[in-house]
Design a protein around this ligand. Structure first.
Ligand code: C2E
Ligand code: CA
Ligand code: CA
Ligand code: CA
Length: 276
C-alpha cells in the first residue's frame, strides 16, 4: 500500500515506477561498491597481426554485486555517467590499470576506456599524470580509448585534454569506429594514434562477402593515410583474422584470442622470457 506522500506518483506507469526504483538502488549500490572494493578490472589482449604476439591489454570493468553477482559495464556505466560517479570510478580504473601494467613487460601497452564526463571534470589530465607517476608506467604505454559519440558531445574538452596528454607522450585511440556519424575531416582533426574498427564490421568479414573486405581495406587505408594504426575488435574466427591480416590491419582483439580475464590469469599470455 502506498502512503499518502507517495500518492502523487500514482499516475506513473507501475513499470516506470519500478525502473526508477531499480535505478535508485543501482546508484546507491554503486556508491557503496566503490568504497567496498566490489569493482574489478578484467584484461583482454591486443595481438599483433603479423607476429601473433600480445602487444598489450585493454582494461574492462566488472562489478561483483553482493546480491546480483557479476554485473557487466553495459548495465552500470550509463548510470555512472548520468550520476557523475564515473569520475571517481574512472580515476580508480586509471590507477588500478596502471598499477597492474607496472608488473608487465615494458613494451606492453595498457588501454583504458574514457567517458565524456571524465573530460568535462577538468581533473582528467592531473588524474592521468598521477596514475602514471604513482605506478611508474611510462606515458607511451598508456592508451586512452574514446568513442566517436563521446567526442561529438564535447569535442572541445576532449580535444584539449587529449592534446595535453599527447604532449606527455600518452596515446589515444578512437573506439568503435564506424558506429558514429562524424565526417572524415572531423576525425582527421583529432590527434588519435589508433583507430579501432568496430565489431559490427568485423563480424561481417567472411570469404563470401566481398564488400565487407573492401570496407575493411578502405578503413585501414584511411587510417594509414592519416598516419594512424588500426586495431580490429571482436575477432572471433580464424577466417576474420586472415582477412584482416591480408588487408593490412596491424592489431586484432577478440574472443578468438581471449575473452577478458582477471589480472591473475594474464601471466600465461605474456612472453615466456618476461620477468613479470
Ligand atoms: P568496448 O570498449 O567497445 O569494449 C569491447 C567489448 O566487447 C567488451 O565488452 C568486450 O568484452 C567485448 N568483446 C571483446 N571481444 C569480443 C568478441 O570477440 N566478441 C564479442 N561478442 N564481444 C567481444 P564489455 O567488457 O562488456 O564492455 C562493454 C563496454 O563498456 C565497453 O565497450 C566500454 O564502452 C564500456 N566500458 C568497459 N569498461 C569501462 C571503463 O573502465 N570505463 C568506461 N568509461 N567504459 C567502460
Ligand atoms: Ca574500448
Ligand atoms: Ca570498442
Ligand atoms: Ca563499444
Amino acid at each position: 500500500a502506498k502512503s499518502g506522500g507517495r500518492g502523487a506518483f500514482r499516475f506513473f506507469e507501475p513499470e516506470l515506477d519500478e525502473i526508477m526504483h531499480t535505478r535508485r538502488n543501482l546508484e546507491r549500490d554503486m556508491r557503496a561498491a566503490l568504497a567496498g572494493h566490489q569493482f574489478e578490472l578484467y584484461y583482454q589482449p591486443f595481438v599483433n597481426t603479423a607476429t601473433g604476439k600480445t602487444s598489450g591489454f585493454e582494461a574492462l570493468l566488472r562489478w561483483h554485486h553482493p546480491q546480483r553477482g557479476l554485473v557487466m559495464p553495459g548495465e552500470f556505466i550509463p548510470l555512472a555517467e548520468e550520476t557523475g560517479l564515473i569520475v571517481p570510478l574512472g580515476e580508480w580504473v586509471l590507477r588500478t590499470a596502471c598499477a597492474e601494467a607496472a608488473k608487465w613487460p615494458l613494451d606492453l601497452s595498457i588501454a583504458i576506456n574514457l567517458s565524456p564526463a571524465q573530460f568535462r571534470s577538468k581533473e582528467l589530465v592531473p588524474v592521468v599524470v598521477g596514475a602514471l607517476a604513482s605506478s611508474g608506467v611510462a606515458p607511451h604505454r598508456l592508451e586512452l580509448e574514446v568513442t566517436e559519440t563521446a567526442i561529438m558531445h564535447d569535442s572541445e574538452a576532449v580535444f584539449a585534454a587529449l592534446g595535453q596528454l599527447r604532449q606527455l607522450g600518452v596515446r589515444s585511440a578512437l573506439d568503435d569506429f564506424g558506429t558514429g556519424y562524424s565526417s572524415l575531416s572531423f576525425l582527421q582533426r583529432f590527434p588519435f594514434d589508433k583507430i579501432k574498427i568496430d565489431r559490427s564490421f568485423v563480424s561481417e568479414l567472411t570469404s563470401a562477402k566481398a564488400e565487407a573486405h573492401h570496407l575493411a581495406r578502405a578503413v585501414v587505408r584511411f587510417a594509414v593515410s592519416l598516419s594512424k594504426t588500426t586495431t580490429a575488435e571482436g575477432v572471433e574466427t580464424k577466417e576474420q583474422l586472415d582477412i584482416l591480416r591480408e588487408e593490412g590491419c596491424a592489431e586484432t582483439q577478440g574472443y578468438y584470442f581471449s575473452r577478458p580475464v582477471p589480472a591473475s590469469s594474464i601471466a600465461k599470455m605474456l612472453p615466456r622470457d618476461a620477468g613479470a
